[in-house]
Design a protein around this ligand. Structure first.
Ligand code: BYC
Ligand code: FE
Ligand code: FE
Length: 469
């Protein structure tokens, strides 16, 4: 299905055939642009950025590259092609045809989940608003901007569903998505992690590695939905999402590579000496990882959740890669989950958040394996690890319980004493901030991370990915 770019709102949903919907979205569009100009990447609007824009929804040739001023980016509404005769893949309605409309009795729950998904997208743009001012290279700046415009488009995707399927309530929710703001004390974003500041690029890479990966898993589970327009929307979003995690994965690899170079040159593993050379010591890296990973684990919700059971039973949200499971109804099995009172038996449907969190953890571990190979190759005695899923949690069985990174419970005063060994401290933040010097000469790269292995779209590393104005 091709994308119509002659319209004000590019789309492949035949928007012009529904005048009321088209008008409603054209009414929302200037508000979105105002929000982008107030809350989007700071000081970026006049610069030409080498961006990819979606031009189709096929796996091959779906994007084209070119210089774009971000306010002119063609945000639009793109759904993956329908799958013929698609049937519901899980829950009480397993095997029935999928729905093109939201069943009346499920409206509230669908709306809530679409709003929650939609809320994270502009939140992340707000969190990353100032990073351009301290970019380590033009290559990295371009990647930041690419992520930002695509998160903006993901907001469009959810706003389309709200407008097209939820009437007046949906339109109101779409307005509110532009009114809540990350970190706003009176009107914050819905989920915890999206109110955390991302004020340096180490945090940005951690966020795109760990938090965008939550996005991957949530989108995969919504791609299973019985509500077909939601499924098709999320399937296309996943195409864009892969690059966000690539930015995190390669960004963190480059930080480690640079640290290892410095350690080798200086013949030291002393954090202070490594810092003195302007690189990130592995201990600090581990603390940032502990923070962003544990915060992202909370995004899956509680281990035992009646919301999750309802969503699964009613076809709202399946498991990522549902087809790989044997039992798609999951109505008479249990899962044993570690709680403070020992192993707790939870009905599988109520444990769906935990099922997803477990697959997420396995996916997170893949990058660490690679990073640890880099470290081992240099004969450095250090292993980066994911902390226990009990560590530093705010949601679920372990919310508010103090443990060490291996998951052993410790008293609160012990936690407070050891906190700066386990989580980024003020002085860590200060040090990392001190590394954040803006580098915008084509081909040059800040000293705290290694250059990328290759450029974007077969362009060289010295390509002028952003023409700053
Ligand atoms: N912070 O029954 P429970 C992305 C609330 S990332 C604050 O376990 P449920 C992206 C919960 O809302 C993907 N509150 O909840 C990444 C509930 O509140 P109420 C985003 C939290 O519903 C990077 C209560 O606690 N997409 O796309 O089973 C850049 C009880 O919890 C949190 C989605 O999340 C938290 N962390 O699960 C850009 C998909 N966790 O109802 C973008 C849509 C839980 O009692 N959302 N609560 O007031 C969902 O599927 C579900 O809402 C959740 C929560 C999985 C998030
Ligand atoms: Fe997104
Ligand atoms: Fe993303």
């Amino acid at each position: 299905m091709s994308i119509n770019y002659s319209e004000r709102i590019p789309n492949n949903v035949n928007l012009s055939s529904d005048r009321a919907l088209q008008r409603a979205l054209e009414h929302w569009q200037p508000r979105f642009l105002d929000w982008w100009s107030d809350m989007g990447p700071d000081g970026s609007s006049a610069s030409d950025t080498y961006l990819r824009t979606a031009v189709g929804v096929n796996a091959r040739d779906w994007a084209s590259y070119g210089y774009v001023k971000m306010p002119d980016y063609r945000w639009g509404i793109f759904l993956a092609d329908p799958i013929e005769n698609r049937t519901i893949g899980f829950g009480d309605n397993y095997g029935d045809p999928v729905w093109q409309k939201v069943p009346g009795e499920l409206r509230t729950q669908f709306r809530r989940i679409i709003v929650t998904q939609g809320d994270t997208e502009p939140a992340s743009v707000e969190q990353q608003r100032l990073l351009g001012l301290t970019c380590p290279s033009l290559y990295d700046l371009r990647n930041l901007f690419q992520v930002n415009v695509e998160e903006g488009r993901h907001l469009w995707a959810m706003v389309y569903l709200l407008h097209a399927h939820f009437g007046r309530d949906g339109r109101e929710e779409a307005e509110e998505l532009l009114e809540r703001h990350s970190g706003d004390l009176d009107n914050p974003r819905i989920l915890g992690t999206f109110n955390q500041p991302i004020s340096d690029w180490l945090s940005f890479f951690m966020f795109t590695y760990f938090t965008d990966r939550d996005g991957k898993f949530q989108l995969k589970s919504l791609a299973e939905s019985a509500f077909d327009p939601l499924s098709r929307t999320c399937r296309f979003m996943l195409t864009e999402e892969a690059h966000h995690m690539f930015v995190g994965d390669t960004g963190l690899s480059r930080v480690i590579k640079r640290t290892l170079q410095v350690m080798k040159q200086m013949g030291t593993d002393d954090p202070a000496s490594i810092r003195a050379q302007g690189a990130v010591d592995l201990q600090t890296f581990q603390r940032y990882l502990n923070f962003w990973y544990s915060s992202s684990l909370d995004l899956f919700g509680a281990e035992e959740s009646s919301n999750a059971a309802f969503s699964f039973a009613n076809g709202i949200k399946g498991r990522p890669d549902e087809a790989t499971y044997g039992d798609h109804v999951a109505s008479d099995s249990i899962l044993k989950i570690d709680s403070q009172d020992g192993l707790k038996e939870v009905a599988t449907r109520n444990a769906m958040n935990e099922v997803m969190r477990t697959s997420y953890t396995q996916d997170c571990a893949i990058g660490l394996k690679r990073w640890n190979r880099l470290i081992a190759r240099e004969k450095v005695d250090f292993e980066i690890s994911l902390p226990s899923s009990k560590f530093n949690r705010n949601i679920g069985f372990w919310g508010g319980i103090t443990t060490d990174p291996t998951g052993n419970e410790v008293a609160i005063n012990e936690f407070d004493k050891r906190r700066s060994d386990w989580l980024p401290s003020e002085s860590d933040n200060k040090f990392i901030s001190s590394l954040m010097q803006r580098v915008v000469t084509p081909g040059k790269i800040a000293a705290w991370l290694a250059p990328p292995e290759r450029g974007i779209d077969n362009k060289g590393l010295d390509y002028e990915y952003v023409r700053l104005r």
